[in-house]
Design a protein around this ligand. Structure first.
Ligand SMILES: Cc1cc2nc3c(=O)[nH]c(=O)nc-3n(C[C@H](O)[C@H](O)[C@H](O)COP(=O)(O)O)c2cc1C
Length: 139
């Protein structure tokens, strides 16, 4: 089973209500644990940035369900590659809220201090998530 990483960004739709983030994380963690998928989700109430890692088939299966979710739109794949090891193996889905997406982090990995993954390369988006992971005490 090849290990694969997929990174995408998307935007909330009118179908999204603020409480949905709890629901998304609960379902994501339950399904991902069952599928041995791990990763991180960043969200600033406007844009999502998510990294999924796991077997190629499970990452694709998960991405296909995510694509059909009407709570977000403009879903753009930023990065997709085979990897030799996971970066988020401890997290069925780690979460970075808006308060973690600070100007210094954004300016380091993009052209502006605002969080806007549409303006980021796949590599920058991935590196930013790795940097954010380091801000969390180990679990
Ligand atoms: C931004 C976003 C991220 C999501 N991430 C995941 C995920 O990592 N894993 C997952 O199974 N579902 C995720 N979902 C939910 C799926 O779109 C879908 O609702 C879910 O897989 C359906 O699961 P169910 O068939 O068990 O109800 C996400 C949804 C959104 C909007």
């Amino acid at each position: 089973m090849f290990l694969t990483r997929l990174v995408y960004t998307s935007s909330v739709t009118d179908n999204f209500s603020p409480n949905d983030i709890e629901n998304i994380l609960e379902i994501a963690r339950k399904n991902n644990q069952a599928n041995n998928v791990t990763g991180m989700l960043c969200f600033n109430r406007k844009f999502f940035l998510q990294c999924l890692e796991g077997s190629r088939s499970k990452v694709n299966e998960t991405y296909h369900s995510i694509l059909n979710d009407n709570r977000h739109q403009r879903i753009i794949m930023l990065d997709y590659k085979e990897i030799s090891a996971r970066n988020f193996s401890e997290w069925s889905m780690g979460y970075m809220p808006e308060s973690s997406l600070t100007s210094p982090v954004n300016i380091k990995f993009s052209g502006t201090p605002e969080f806007n993954p549409y303006e980021m390369s796949g590599e920058s988006a991935h590196l930013m998530m790795l940097a954010l992971k380091e801000t969390i005490p180990s679990i």
